[in-house]
Structure formats: C-alpha cells, structure tokens
Design a protein around this ligand. Sequence first.
Ligand SMILES: *Cc1c(COP(=O)(O)O)cnc(C)c1O
Length: 384
Amino acid sequence: MVRMPSPVIYLDHQATSPCRAEVLHAMESWWREYGANPSSRLHRPGLQAAAALELARQKIGHGLGGSGGRLLFTSGATEANNLALKGLAEAELESGGARRHLITVCTEHRAVLDPLRHLARHGFELTELPVHADGLVDLGELEAALRADTLLISVMAANNEIGVIQPIATIANFCRRHAVALHCDAAQAVGHIPLNVSELGVQLLSISAHKLGGPMGVGGLWVADGVRIAPQLHGGNQEGGLRAGTPALPLIVGFQKALELALQEQPERLHQMAALRDALWRGIRDLGGIACNGATAPRLAHNLNIWVDGVDGVELHRQLRRYLAVSSGSACSNGEPSHVLQALGLSRQQAAAAVRFSLGPESTAGEVEHAVDVFCTTVQALRH
Ligand SMILES: *Cc1c(COP(=O)(O)O)cnc(C)c1O
C-alpha cells in the first residue's frame, strides 16, 4: 500500500538546494542593519561592507583551495561561465593572439555550451567532444582534438544531470603540458566533493551558491594568476574592473556561510547521501527494466539518474509530480529530451522516461522510503 505523504518530497537539489537556516541567519543582519555599498569608501558603514566583501572573497577562495589567483563575484555560475569563456576569447583577440580554437564536451551545461557556440558564430571554432556510454569524457578524443591554435578547454567537474565526475586532474595535466587554458564549471561539485582549484591547476573555475545551500543569484569565478580575461559587464570598476555592478553583499555573505557549512559537513554528508542514494537505487532497481544513467563511479553521492523501460515518459512524470519533486532529464528542459542522455546513446523515448533524483542535507531515510513506494506503484500501474 502506498502511504501518501501530504507534502511533495523534494528530491531536486541539483536544480537548487534550498537556502540553509544558518545561511538565512548569516545574511539577515546584512539586509536589516548594514545597508551600505562596499564601494562607499567615505564612511564607516561603507568601509565595513567593503571589509565583509573582502573577507568573504578570502574565505570562499580559501574554501576552494585557491592560492595565486582571485575570486570574482558574479550573479551565479551562468554569468561566471560567460565571463570565463567570452572573457578569455576576447582577451586573446585584444592582445593580438591568433588562437581561435575552443574545445568542450557535448554533455556540458547549456551555460557553457551556449557561450561557446556564440563564440563559434563570431570567429572562433568549437569542437564538442563525445562521451563514452558512461558519460565520461573520452581522453583519446581530447588529445586528437587538440590543435596548435587551441586556446581553451572547458570541462565540467560533475555533471548536473547524471552526476558523473570528470577526470579534471588528468585533463589539467594535459592542458599544462600543452599550454592551453582549462575552464571548469564546478557548480555541481564545489561543496559536494573534495576539490582544490590550485592543486588541480585549473585556470578558471565557476561556482554557484544555490547548488550548495546558499542563496540564488550569487556565484563566482576563480581566475588563476596570469590568466587574462576581458570584462563582459561594463559600467564600473568593481571586482578589479572585471565585473561592473554593485556586488550583492548579503548574498555573498550567505554564499560564504553555505560553503563553510558544506565543507565542514562534507565527509559525513558523503556517507549519508551515498547510503540514501543506494537505498533509493535498491528499492527502484527491484522493479526490473530500470537502468542507471552514467557511470556508477566516480559520481556524486546525492545523484541518481535512471531510465524506466516500458512506460511513457510524459505520463510517468505527470503521475510522479503529485508526490515527488524530481527532474526529467534537465531542469531547464522545454520538452526537448536531454542532450546529456542522448549523448549517452539513449533514444528520445528513453530520455523522456528518465528521472533524476537529487538528495539534499535535509533528505531522510523516511522520505526515500516514500519515494520508492510512490515510484514503484506508479511504474507498475503504468506498465499494466
Ligand atoms: C546550475 C548550474 C549552472 C548555472 O548556475 P546559476 O548559478 O544558476 O547560473 C551552471 N552549470 C551547472 C553545471 C549547473 O548545475
């Protein structure tokens, strides 16, 4: 018998993970009491705001393992990706450089693919590498794609749909040997898996607060020393002239708190998430006709992406959404089957019948049990 949970169970933390209570608390005084602009250097409230901004920059940079570089605050990972990719390309043009070739992977987030495709319409050439059936980048293809005029390689740390973790350290070594810049969209990785930007040797790394329990609307770009990027927003000399506009100080303070918590809790959280995710997988797998999308390892502990044989995807999601907040393919999907699942070799029909579960710090064993019940009952009913 299905126990009907009254509220919908939220298992969509990779779309956004709700702001933690501690984060709300940390932000509150910056909304209520200290309203000054960090660029106002003539009065004490302004100087205090500037100090808080620089402290957050230092703490978040430290949390990333960043040394020998600078963290720029942006409105999120989308803006950070645009700044990194278009900024690097524009700086190359401005300096009179001749490198015009860009490489990425076909399973990247649209916030990477779209800026790169934009550049490809404006004088650059783009190679989109295929992935293996497990979602991992093909390193042989990467090597084969490299050209004398390759400026940049962009590979995400962890995939937002299928949770697979790309071999960034290996790719960074490759980039170093060939003197090519590496950009990494780490929106799904930072706070969730151990990551050290300077040890990895990544030149540009994008992050987002709301994927790790911070507020929506803030993120950052780590820029290693010696990497030149051209600003993509003009209108002021904030962020060292690389990102005009008043920094969103309360959100930045929240971002700092969220990352601090995520890093503190990470070792314990990894176990907790993996145990819940495995319980979810075991419960669902027993139905039969279920496959896991993407490599089982290395992958994020809080992600499970499956496809269900013998059901209509649209009908499946119509039924599930009464009880579960999950994702079909991609959070931003507009009816088009996910480009990530298609890259793994799934047909349009199979991709439509895919379900992404993503757990968060508040997810419980009871919720997972309910989710398994609802899911199994729904699939069985649809198959009959
Ligand atoms: C969510 C996400 C983004 C976009 O981040 P925003 O901060 O919402 O702009 C980019 N890349 C990946 C991999 C993401 O998961």
